[in-house]
Ligand binder design. Structure first.
Ligand SMILES: Nc1ncnc2c1ncn2[C@@H]1O[C@H](COP(=O)(O)OP(=O)(O)O)[C@@H](O)[C@H]1O
Ligand SMILES: O=P(O)(O)OC[C@H]1O[C@H](OP(=O)(O)OP(=O)(O)O)[C@H](O)[C@@H]1O
Length: 179
């Protein structure tokens, strides 16, 4: 039986990376694989959950079919390694840190995907982006402005609130996955 693609999305700063890291052990214990993204972001700004490459290297990888999914946003390019198709074919569930803007394309390739939309209250979101201190103030404003395009427009997604404690969100995510 084929595995299920779990496609975690939400505004920049809503906590996708944090939730993935906090849930990593529990997910692995349940046999859920977590895809490591490839991103054209500077190496210092990428942790365990992503690999940094140059724009040229990204384009080369993409042209060579290295990605199951790839998209561009926030002046960056993001790729999900093609290896996830082997995991899914072997029957494993796979969790990816996805993009709202790319949801429909992802659905076309993986019709049965489970989309989980992380959200936090707007004032909390701005504060978290500022506290994270990874982007410039202009880039933060750009990311907040990008959200307006997605308000209430995402069909067929399960909502997951991350306004409170991380461990509460992790438990709720595990509940969603276990259905
Ligand atoms: N539940 C939470 N409570 C408090 N801070 C959080 C919570 N979730 C995430 N954060 C913080 O918010 C910031 C953005 O989280 P991050 O995981 O980088 O978001 P994303 O990957 O969606 O952009 C980080 O500084 C992170 O430590
Ligand atoms: O279409 P959107 O839903 O707006 O998503 C666009 C991209 O922004 C986020 O990544 P980003 O590199 O910004 O990671 P971050 O969320 O950790 O900031 C998200 O994971 C997507 O890759």
């Amino acid at each position: 039986m084929k595995g299920r693609l779990i496609y975690l999305i939400g505004p920049s700063g809503s906590g996708k990376d944090s939730v993935l890291e906090a849930a990593r052990e529990a997910l692995q214990a349940r046999g859920v694989r977590i895809a490591r993204r490839v991103i054209t972001r500077s190496a210092e700004a990428v942790g365990e959950s992503a690999e940094a490459v140059s724009h040229d290297e990204f384009d080369r990888l993409e042209a060579n079919g290295a990605f199951a999914l790839s998209w561009r946003a926030n002046e960056l390019a993001y790729g999900i390694p093609a290896q996830i198709d082997q995991w899914l074919a072997a029957g494993d569930d796979v969790l990816v840190n996805g993009s709202r803007g790319y949801l429909e394309q992802a659905r076309q390739r993986y019709p049965g995907l489970l989309a989980v939309l992380l959200h936090v209250q707007p004032e909390v979101l701005r504060q978290r982006l500022l506290t994270r201190n990874r982007e410039s103030p202009e880039q933060i404003e750009g990311r907040l402005a990008r959200n307006a395009r997605f308000d209430d427009t995402l069909d067929g997604v399960v909502s997951l609130d991350n306004s409170g404690e991380l461990r509460t969100t992790v438990q709720a995510l595990l509940d969603i996955i276990e259905g």
